[in-house]
Design a protein around this ligand. Structure first.
Ligand SMILES: NC(=O)c1ccc[n+]([C@@H]2O[C@H](COP(=O)([O-])OP(=O)(O)OC[C@H]3O[C@@H](n4cnc5c(N)ncnc54)[C@H](O)[C@@H]3O)[C@@H](O)[C@H]2O)c1
Length: 270
């Protein structure tokens, strides 16, 4: 097992890519802390993996609240003594009715985005990773080792073709996290800590499946677009993305720092 005796914190670990990552890290022997505000799904995952003999615990955390993040990190240190792997996965482009235009149209241009929506999108995608790092880095630096895996998106590099959600704020936040990761790699290298980004394209997650069930036409349109732009002609599974996090967190990637690992089926090539 590649991550025996490592301690990992996974933000957004209750659902989607985060959940697949919790499973994948635990399968490689890591003790995993799920940092999420979804108590129910987190408890289910703890029960499932605990029953399979894995060390997986839940720490409630609102990632947009620095005090709450501090408590989560301190609880992790109190329980395990260290953080070796910090996977900042929680994020998203906004999915509630709040994100529809007042007229209920699908399109959402930059000038339509309410200020609060901009702030919320930046808060979860860019500021939340800053909070986890602010509170975990003193411990990681002291230990003289560690790996950080941040999450970007294919939209950071070439924008999104449709504007049905708050993509301007999302693209800005996801581009910001790449710059943030570069700075982290520079600052933290001398402390033996690596920092990298995973940048997925389209991923089939439970959340996406729920959305498609409500709106099958949207799925058909999205499938058609993907066939045109993704050489592999399909979405990624959450497990395929989680495997990249495990790679970056493992000794296999010990000399990899400051990169953005594209997991997009060839949709965007650097
Ligand atoms: N799914 C995709 O197609 C896709 C594509 C590109 C990039 N990404 C990125 O990958 C990451 C994971 O995406 P996903 O689709 O698996 O997400 P998801 O919506 O399925 O899960 C997000 C998790 O974060 C948690 N969360 C959200 N806000 C929180 C807060 N304030 N405090 C605590 N927990 C909070 C949620 O409870 C949930 O468990 C995100 O950063 C997303 O932007 C996803």
């Amino acid at each position: 097992m590649r991550l025996q005796d490592k301690v990992a914190v996974v933000t957004g670990g209750a659902n989607g890519i985060g959940k697949a990552t919790v499973r994948a890290l635990a399968a490689e022997g890591a003790a995993v802390v799920i940092a999420d505000f979804d108590r129910q799904r987190s408890a289910q995952l703890v029960e499932e993996l605990g029953g399979a003999g894995k060390t997986v615990v839940y720490e409630f955390c609102d990632l947009t609240d620095s005090g709450s993040v501090k408590q989560m990190i301190e609880a992790t240190i109190a329980r395990f003594g260290r953080v070796d792997i910090l996977a900042n996965i929680a994020g998203g482009s906004g999915l509630s009715p709040f994100y529809k235009t007042p007229a209920g149209q699908a399109q959402k241009w930059t000038e339509d985005i309410p200020e609060a929506e901009w702030d919320n999108t930046i808060a979860i995608n860019l500021t939340a990773p800053f909070y986890t790092l602010k509170h975990a880095l003193p411990y990681m630096k002291k230990a003289g080792r560690g790996t950080i895996v941040n999450f970007s998106s294919v939209g950071a590099d070439h924008g999104f073709a449709d504007s049905s959600f708050a993509y301007a704020a999302y693209a800005a936040a996801k581009a910001g996290i790449i710059g943030f990761t570069h700075q982290l790699a520079r600052e933290l290298g001398p402390f033996g800590i690596t920092a990298n980004c995973v940048s997925p394209g389209a991923v089939t997650s439970e959340r996406m499946q729920e959305r498609w069930e409500k709106d099958p036409r949207w799925r058909e349109e999205s499938d058609r677009t993907l066939r045109d732009v993704v050489p592999l002609r399909r979405r990624a599974s959450t497990d395929e993305v989680a495997a990249c996090v495990v790679f970056l967190a493992s000794a296999d990637a010990s000399y990899v720092s400051g990169i953005t690992l594209d997991v997009n089926g060839g949709r965007y090539m650097r």
